[in-house]
Design a protein around this ligand. Sequence first.
Ligand SMILES: [Zn+2]
Length: 140
Amino acid sequence: MTLPAPSVCPCGGSPTALKAKGAEAIYAHCCGRFIDQGQLPPDALHLMRSRYTAFVLENEAYLKHTWQEAVRPQQLEFDTGAKWLGLDIKDFVSTGLQEGHQTAEVEFVARVRVGGRANRLHERSRFVCEDGQWLYVQAV
Ligand SMILES: [Zn+2]
């Protein structure tokens, strides 16, 4: 089960998203385009943001759909009661072509509160673009 779509995007808004300064990113114009409307994220950064948002919304189908097939888990588990507090992108680089596919890395910190305890999830992730669809591969 997926949580209901929010009006404000949990990812905090892409720096390239059209939004007034200080305004909140509208979900439907931010990650909702990719999660609900089937648009393809233009790069690994937008895919990363949409996957964070999908985690917040517990959207297992989207997370699996955007996971490279060879390494995709059968099932995902969400921490019950987890409250996601925000996403900070630390780095985003293209890592060139590998076996004919574009690749990229994104480093991020996601903050989450579980059972009253705040945690930081710090990861540098590898992505690959297959047939126009950016996919999460694994942590570097
Ligand atoms: Zn977003």
